[in-house]
Write a protein that binds this ligand. Structure first.
Ligand SMILES: Nc1ncnc2c1ncn2[C@@H]1O[C@H](COP(=O)(O)OP(=O)(O)OP(=O)(O)O)[C@@H](O)[C@H]1O
Ligand SMILES: [Mg+2]
Length: 244
């Protein structure tokens, strides 16, 4: 079995003349939490959409040993979109039962995912009346149906207070400890501290693709925000030198 969950070589996405993802090369190791960190508009969602196979791209992109978008991957990837995709007028349980039929999962699986995200007490509450943190957990529960190997979560903690964010990150760590691979995007630099590996994206280019530990050592910083600024400055300097 390979220990590489995602591998990209020369990955390019263009929209019109604009290059949204510019020749990305990276790997995501199996069983790890990898943070896809970058400012708004840097290409995080575009990269995630490429990985789940709904975005046209060029270059090589292999996911769990298959080309991205391969039909055998349908059941192996759980995806949480940036905006909640659950029905507000259905209860937590009804939402999950509906999505379970789509992935041919069963009632036991619905119970399992509700318990995993700790919404057992709220299972009969309509989704529209849940708090932000509870809503985020329903979306996560949907992605967990059918026990996918790879979870691709697009800004799952956006809009949540630090305590709730922390709770969700504990849950992500728990899921990774069960052997799953998690790719999680965020533009909150603090959250990168919860990731083993980082992909730092800016303007469609990767500024870093290695462990958090190595990033802090390389930039001589003790926080990701500071390290990110150092990497941006270095990239801008290199670009200017290249233009001269
Ligand atoms: N359908 C589209 N047509 C043209 N440009 C697009 C399209 N979708 C995205 N873009 C552009 O691609 C770039 C990357 O967008 P993307 O949504 O991937 O960024 P992001 O990092 O996810 O941002 P955010 O943090 O705001 O979610 C942006 O400049 C955006 O305007
Ligand atoms: Mg996005």
């Amino acid at each position: 079995m390979t220990n590489i969950a995602i591998s990209a070589k020369g990955l390019i996405v263009k929209k019109g003349k604009q290059c949204i993802l510019n020749e990305l090369d990276f790997v995501v190791k199996s069983g790890t939490v990898t943070g896809l960190i970058g400012p708004s508009g840097s290409g995080k969602t575009t990269l995630m959409r490429s990985i789940i196979g709904v975005q046209k791209c060029k270059g090589e992109l292999s996911v769990l040993g298959n080309p991205a978008g391969h039909k055998s991957l349908r059941k192996s990837i759980g995806y949480v979109t940036q905006s909640p995709a659950v029905y507000p007028d259905l209860t937590v349980q009804q939402n999950l039962r509906y999505f379970a039929t789509l992935v041919r999962s069963d009632k036991m699986d619905v119970k399992r995912v509700i318990d995993t995200v700790r919404l057992t007490d709220q299972r009969n509450q309509v989704a529209g009346s849940l708090s932000g943190g509870q809503m985020a957990r329903v979306s996560l529960a949907v992605a967990l149906l059918g026990r996918p190997e790879l979870l691709v979560l697009d800004e799952p903690t956006v809009g949540l207070d630090p305590v709730l964010r922390n709770e969700l990150w504990d849950l992500f760590a728990e899921l990774a400890s069960e052997g799953r691979t998690l790719l999680i995007s965020s533009h909150v630099m603090d959250e990168a501290a919860r990731c083993e590996n980082l992909l730092l994206l800016r303007d469609g280019k990767l500024l870093w693709k290695d462990s958090l530990k190595k990033l802090l050592a390389a930039t001589k910083k003790n926080d990701v925000g500071g390290a990110f600024v150092t990497m941006i400055n270095a990239a801008e300097k290199a670009e200017k030198m290249g233009k001269k």
